[in-house]
Design a protein around this ligand. Structure first.
Ligand code: NDP
Length: 243
């Protein structure tokens, strides 16, 4: 049975990952910032086979919280391998324009969307547990090759995902040099109807998909990737995306 870690699983896309992974019989380690408040996650865990879903606290903006989460993972019984890690936690405070954003709001995007996921992956890699694939939830907004003029109000969000992309490419390259076979991927989940999209997207945007469609697509794409694909960027539909 594959073991998967989903970081940022209280709602939205992360919660849907937990739902689909448990439904197919995987062992899932899911995190929430506020474990006590994560009622939808507890409800999924309650319906799962006993022991299949472990819920742990993790706030990716707090180093001690990341370290404590990684210690708890190391102490879990019978954990000899982690097949997939999904670094899904992310924030978008809309609007976040370059000409207007405050110092703190810019830092907020960078802490949650860039530094937190990268450090969480780094600390998991520093355990002796072998990891198959680490997938970072990026965004088409983070592509510098496809600058989207119309995306007004997304500057800090886009910058935080672009920085995430660049860090994960370095992570992939460093791991390759160390002959570590963990596959590092960036993923665009589509334009997905979640709380985040609700506050920022015009609902006339074409092609909005449900979390269920997005996650089903990503779960088809991720296992097709091999070590040679480490440091590449994909969409939920399996198309390679330009950096
Ligand atoms: P939601 O706002 O619905 O969910 C965000 C998740 O991230 C929640 O579980 C939230 O937990 C968690 N989170 C936020 N801050 C932290 C933190 N400091 N530490 C740990 N967890 C945290 O967003 P989506 O489900 O839409 O987004 C998921 C990911 O997909 C994000 O990285 C987003 O940038 C990316 N994405 C989404 C798109 C979309 O169209 N929806 C498009 C492109 C990318 P809590 O409940 O505690 O707040």
């Amino acid at each position: 049975m594959p073991t998967c870690i989903i970081v940022g699983a209280s709602r939205g896309i992360g919660l849907e990952f937990v739902r689909q992974l448990l439904a197919r019989g995987d062992r899932v380690i899911a995190t929430a910032r506020g474990v006590a408040q994560a009622s939808q996650l507890w409800s999924l865990a309650g319906k799962a086979t006993y022991g299949a879903c472990t819920i742990l606290p993790c706030d990716v903006t707090v180093e001690e919280s990341i370290d404590s989460f990684v210690r708890e993972v190391k102490n879990l019984p019978d954990l000899t391998r982690i097949d997939y890690v999904v670094l899904n936690a992310g924030v978008l405070k809309y609007p976040n324009r370059a000409t207007e954003i405050s110092f703190d709001d810019f830092a907020y995007h960078l802490h949650t969307n860039t530094i937190g996921p990268i450090i969480t992956a780094q600390r998991l890699l520093q355990t002796s547990i072998p990891i198959g694939t680490i997938m970072f939830m990026s965004s088409d907004s983070g592509s510098t090759a496809q600058f989207r003029e119309f995306e007004d109000g997304f500057a800090a969000y886009a910058a935080s995902k672009a920085a995430l992309n660049q860090m994960l490419r370095h992570m992939a390259s460093e791991l390759r040099r160390k002959q570590n076979s963990t596959i590092i991927l960036a993923m665009h989940p589509g334009e997905v109807s979640t709380d985040m999209a609700n506050v920022s997207l015009d609902w006339d945007v074409e092609g909005i998909i449900t979390p269920a469609e997005s996650v089903a697509g990503m779960l088809r794409v991720i296992p097709t990737k091999r070590t040679a694909h480490s440091g590449t960027f994909w969409t939920w539909e399996g198309k390679e995306y330009p950096w």
